[in-house]
Design a binder for this molecule. Structure first.
Ligand code: SF4
Length: 250
């Protein structure tokens, strides 16, 4: 949890849950796991439990105390829709996000079917708030199924986080998607990303009028290779569309 973030595309991170378990290839070099495990067993450290899933109820109301509007990445150190996070706890996270409507919240998951099912229940009879942005991670062709789950979920803004991009994605259905973030992997075991894989995604965003944000090439050090693609930065953010119903049934 932090009220300031070093992540370029948000102003703050908020971790009412920490810890997670790896489920797909995109998790192999998870930064959050690496970081949290550094402190396992250190008495009194917030990451004393390492990367074990841990609910942090004392942090639940934190964004309500931040009076200035911020772009908040929710659970940068976990996945809110992990199967061991009870629905009642997710309810409390959403209650805070709904009440703190002067912020924008970005919720990103790899547990996309659980997210879809939760949002369908929560917004069955009301409009999902436009300041809560819901996203899924995509790293290879197989994971495109998460895009279908996201399209089938009621959400104010829908986004894809394509990071780390591990293989070419081919054609992506961008119906109902407002924003695409893309980046290569960083760290000592970073897997390479081909420029043509990136261009293929960017061109589909342009074709479909979807905001495109290229975060970085990645490599051993996150910023060493910069973030220029074809001679320029790509820094687009979604305009604030009216909250939208599911694009299709899953
Ligand atoms: S789902 Fe996200 S937080 Fe959880 S292990 Fe995978 S990359 Fe890490």
């Amino acid at each position: 949890m932090s009220d300031r973030s070093a992540i370029e595309w948000c102003d703050a991170t908020w971790n009412p849950v920490t810890g997670c378990t790896k489920i797909v290839a995109g998790c192999d070099n998870c930064y959050a796991a690496r970081f949290a495990e550094l402190f396992r067993g250190v008495p009194g450290h917030p990451y004393e439990p390492g990367f074990d899933l841990t609910l942090r109820p004392e942090r639940l109301k934190q964004p309500l105390g931040w009076r200035q509007s911020r772009m908040i990445f929710v659970n940068s150190m976990s996945d809110l829709f992990h199967k061991d996070v009870p629905d009642e706890y997710i309810d409390r996270v959403f209650e805070t996000m709904e009440a703190a409507d002067w912020h924008r919240f970005q919720v990103l998951t790899k547990r996309s079917s659980l997210m879809r099912d939760y949002l369908r229940r929560r917004y069955a009879t009301r409009t999902p708030p436009a300041h809560i942005w819901m996203g899924v991670s995509v790293e290879d062709k197989k994971s495109r199924v998460r895009v279908r789950h996201l399209q089938a979920a009621p959400a104010g803004v829908r986004f894809l986080s394509i990071e780390p991009l591990l293989r070419p994605l081919g054609k992506i259905d961008l119906t109902g998607i407002h924003w695409v973030l893309l980046g290569g992997e960083s760290g000592p075991r970073a897997r390479p990303m081909d420029a043509d894989w990136v261009r293929e995604v960017r061109d589909q965003c342009i074709e479909n009028s979807v905001a495109f944000n290229f975060k970085r090439w990645g490599g051993l050090r996150p910023k060493a290779r910069g973030r220029l693609l074809d001679g320029r930065e790509w820094n687009e953010f979604p305009s604030r569309p009216a909250a939208s119903a599911p694009a299709e049934a899953a």
